[in-house]
Design a binder for this molecule. Sequence first.
Ligand code: ACO
Length: 370
Amino acid sequence: MTATRGLEGIVAAESSICSIVDGVLCYGGINIDELAEHATFEEVVYLLWHGALPKRDQLETLKKQLGEAAAVPAEVIDSIRKYPQGIHPMAALRTAVSSLALYDKEAQDMSPEANYRKAIRLMAQTPTLIAAYARLRKGLEPVAPKADYTIAKNFLYMLKGEEPTETAIKALDVALILHADHELNASTFAARVTVATLTDIYSGIVSAIGTLKGPLHGGANEAVAKMLTEIGTMDKVEGYVRNKLDNKEKIMGFGHRVYKDGDPRAKWLKQMSKALTAQIGRPELYEMSVKIDDMVTGEKGLKPNVDFYSASVYISLGLEIDLFTPIFAISRMSGWTAHIMEQYENNRLIRPRADYTGPVGKHYVPIDQR
Ligand code: ACO
């Protein structure tokens, strides 16, 4: 037995949700470029869950279900009030989603219908939890969701307590579409491994959130924003990147396990970054990003991934830097739940083997002889 480090190139599941073939990303067979241009996030959620775009009445039903499910139990909000200061919002989200399960009477119901209803609740309530936590940590009361708002609009509304602009709603909606699914990325794989033991959907999502939190995965968007802040001005870019490259340090937002020739989502975020940073009068954020991109691509041949330009997009929307990864989680909740439901449909325990490299033939030694 020989191990494949990081399971690179290993095909670990069959799935009809999302494909990456020759660098082209599709959800349910539809190119991500078409979805980013024409779809809404709710249509994409339906597509991931059902394998086809919704007809008008199906979309209206889903939007109604999501809107009506967006409020979270008061007990969960009360428990968030008691979280210690200074924790990372992804840690708060991991705990808050876990506590949603405690108040869900269907938490242990493994029927496909109950799991679909729980997927709706998880999708609808994740933005509410994040917005509530973001306000409570600043001493502000949470803002209740509105049942007739889309996920992007509701999240921005609950976060800031005021009506968001159409530009902000559209930008967030497109970002949510772009991050919604990515076949067996680390967090989705973690979710599938978890539920393949036939544990409940909430346990799978908690695994996924914990996995997305890491800087090599979803946490990279926050790391990119911190890097832009640390660099500060255009004249410092070259020295900063040079230093990182010379010290063989990773530059966040670059490289990808699957895409070696560029991430198809990055061009959309780059375009949005250019427009939005200009609109807020901070074009230097885009210009610095392009310069970093040119240097890293030019010297290392590494292309920006989905996280690189999303950082300047979210800064332009006035979002706090440590909320970037939770926003990724809002989007990826659609993909995680789709994959969990697909795993349950055709389940087999996921249990690989390890290539043992430790000592052999040793014996137990009594404690006073060691
Ligand atoms: N900056 C500098 N060098 C890099 C980078 C980077 N961002 N990414 C990869 N490399 C280098 C590695 O140092 C390594 O070089 P070596 O062969 O000389 O040792 C080589 O490229 C291969 O890199 P690995 O880390 O082995 O590639 P892997 O496929 O395991 O990792 C990953 C992919 C984790 C995305 C990696 O490129 C990385 O750490 N990027 C930065 C973090 C990041 O942006 N994560 C978000 C990914 S997208 C997402 O999850 C949503």
